[in-house]
Design a protein around this ligand. Structure first.
Ligand code: CP
Length: 308
């Protein structure tokens, strides 16, 4: 297995299969820490991790904070709306001020694609992309890959069907990049207006035919309509989307009987996924959330712990 060489985590496009395997293996070793009575190891004692979130988040922000705390790092959370960003300070100036307080690593979420890269270029801290615009959400993809690998042992030959607003989904892009490297067969499905032109060049199959997409799937991942990123009307109506693409119990029967149901969250029940499916026996949605802590512990440890 390769040694970790990266200072930042921007996207899985920049990582090799060996890098992904190393993160998964490190996460596997950290997972049991969260079930201990004292959920803490001293791996990052003395390090400081800042969360700089300029977009709403529940799962990613909380699990990065828990991950850092479980590694004994000091943490601080900066909400953009309550920071001097609202007074006109640039994101880079904000980051340079955080750096001046000797922070070691910043976890950044931003609505603009490429914002984390600006901080990686302009500061000397390690930067982790916690979701930038429609571009990338690498730790979500890593926890999704980890969850599938836990269930099936490998992603080699696994058919993963991703259904929904692919066009605006950073989760879809990062999952495609990572899952293809891990040997999965990825199918993306949605209305033609929400399938990016040329997406097949990433190595996926693209279709508007939900029956074809679901047939024989080992994993069915539903994605939310990213209304906050949709500048135009991409659908005649939500009711039409529900009728054509919502993952219902009937539709799920087209997938393999042991197929996993996944969703990165937040879910809009009754739109992209029926409540009975989200809460059903095939759903691993909350396991994804649990695994997010182990993955983020692994990422923080590999980026910071190796230096000590
Ligand atoms: N999956 C995800 O990124 O969820 P949050 O927006 O709640 O962090």
């Amino acid at each position: 297995m390769s040694k970790w060489k990266h200072k930042h985590l921007m996207d899985l496009q920049d990582t090799t299969r060996d890098d992904i395997e190393l993160i998964l293996e490190t996460a596997r070793s950290f997972k049991e820490v969260s079930s201990r009575e004292i959920k803490k190891v001293p791996a990052l004692r003395g390090k400081t991790v800042a969360m700089l979130f300029a977009e709403p988040s529940t799962r990613t922000r909380v699990s990065f904070e828990l991950a850092a705390k479980r590694l004994s790092a000091d943490t601080l959370a900066i909400q953009a709306a309550a920071s001097s960003l609202v007074k006109g300070e640039t994101l880079l100036d904000t980051a340079l001020n955080i750096e001046a307080m000797n922070v070691d690593l910043v976890v950044v979420r931003h609505g603009a694609s490429g914002a984390p890269q600006i901080l990686a270029n302009g500061t000397s801290m390690s930067i982790v992309n916690a979701g930038d615009g429609c571009r990338a959400h690498p730790t979500q993809a890593l926890l999704d890959i980890f969850t599938i690998k836990e269930k099936f042992g490998s992603l080699e030959g696994v058919k993963v069907t991703i259904v929904g607003d692919i066009l605006h989904s950073r989760v879809a892009r990062s999952n495609i990049a990572g899952m293809i490297k891990m040997g999965a067969h990825v199918v993306v499905c949605g209305p033609s207006t929400l399938l990016p032109v040329g997406i097949e060049e990433m190595g996926v199959e693209a279709t508007t035919d939900i029956n074809k997409a679901l047939k024989g799937a080992d994993v069915v991942m539903a994605l939310r309509m990213q209304k906050e990123r949709q500048q135009d009307a991409f659908l005649p109506s939500i009711a039409e989307y529900v009728r054509e693409f919502c993952i219902t119990p009937e539709r799920l029967k087209m997938a393999n009987a042991r197929a996993l149901v996944m969703h990165p969250g937040p879910t809009n029940r009754g739109i992209e996924i029926a409540a009975e499916v989200a809460d059903g026996p095939q759903s691993v949605i909350l396991e994804q959330v649990t695994n997010g802590i182990a993955i983020r512990m692994a990422v923080l440890y590999l980026l910071l712990g190796r230096k000590t």
